[in-house]
Write a protein that binds this ligand. Structure first.
Ligand SMILES: [Zn+2]
Ligand SMILES: [Zn+2]
Length: 296
């Protein structure tokens, strides 16, 4: 089992980090978890042909987790995909895919390409099978079983948000999606070999937000994350979904100014995040970065 972090950033465009996306490889079969902006290009950089990735899981429908999905599907189509893709996602996934492709945003593109017999004959490759996640076992094949549960991110009347537990033989990888500390996620992560968990803001940013009165939000702090990883007894923790606090870009910094003390923003903030996680977690810690690879 292999984990490749394709994108490890949050919602802003960031020259140093792509939007969220994770590839899990088991017996040479590829499974994609979230498909934020840049995911398809990152697959190529990881030496994986996007047209060979047949199964996609979506934690929730925030754009930093799905922005690349239409491009991923269209790329597979023009790269001669052989297997119809499957997408397992929250309520709204069917509508998102439907509105994105031949019945919506890319109708003109697809119609023009479909004038060529090779494309016309493979239209099924951009008509994915979609199943809607509910808590419990959501996927099973010869390699993996995937379990899902609700996590604490957005009120469910607006959006359903899930975490996933992937079991491959006796190996377990859990992915939190976006969430505040969550009992359900603790269960999904119990005794995992790898926990990939969001850690959007450093403690300094949270204090700053409190001080300037920016409202509540549903993410997990480094101190909380260390406690979660210890409580769930995970071997390796990969914090990810960094909200650009380590950016070197002056443009991204400009947009961060209302969220954190701007003079602290930069790569050195990763040290304080790691130190804060370490207060409560003594296992293996691999800070997320794009194209980080972990063999499980
Ligand atoms: Zn996000
Ligand atoms: Zn989100």
């Amino acid at each position: 089992m292999k984990v490749t972090m394709l994108g490890t950033g949050a919602a802003l465009p960031d020259p140093d980090r792509g939007h969220t996306s994770i590839l899990i490889t088991v017996n040479e079969k590829q499974y994609l978890f979230d498909c934020g902006n840049g995911a398809t290009r990152q697959l190529i950089r990881a030496n994986v042909d996007p047209s060979t990735v047949d199964v996609v899981f979506l934690t929730h429908l925030h754009m930093d987790h799905i922005a690349d999905l239409p491009f991923f599907l269209l790329s597979g189509w023009i790269c001669d995909r052989k297997v119809k893709p499957s997408i397992i996602g929250p309520p709204g996934t069917k509508e998102f895919v439907d509105h994105s492709l031949e019945n919506g945003a890319f109708a003109v593109d697809i119609n023009a390409r479909a004038q060529f017999p090779q494309r016309r004959d493979s239209m099924e490759m951009i008509r994915p099978d979609i199943s809607i996640v509910t808590p419990g076992l959501v996927y099973e094949d010869e390699n993996i079983k995937v379990y899902a549960d609700y996590v604490e991110h957005i009120e469910s009347e607006f959006m359903h948000c899930f975490g996933f537990r992937v079991e491959a033989g006796d190996k377990v990888v859990t992915f939190s999606g976006d969430t505040a500390p969550s009992e359900a996620l603790l269960r999904l992560a119990q005794d995992a070999d790898v926990l990939i968990h969001e850690c959007s803001f450093p403690e300094e940013a949270l204090e700053f937000r409190k001080k300037v009165g920016i409202g509540t939000f549903a993410h997990t702090s480094p101190i909380e994350l260390g406690k979660i990883a210890t409580q769930a007894n995970v071997k390796t923790l990969i914090p990810t979904h960094f909200a650009h606090f380590d950016t070197t870009s002056p443009i991204v910094k400009k947009y961060l100014a209302k969220h954190m003390p701007i003079e602290a923003v930069g790569p050195e903030m990763l040290d304080s995040v790691a130190n804060d996680i370490r207060e409560n977690f003594k296992g293996s810690l691999q800070l997320g970065r794009d194209l980080l690879r972990v063999d499980v």
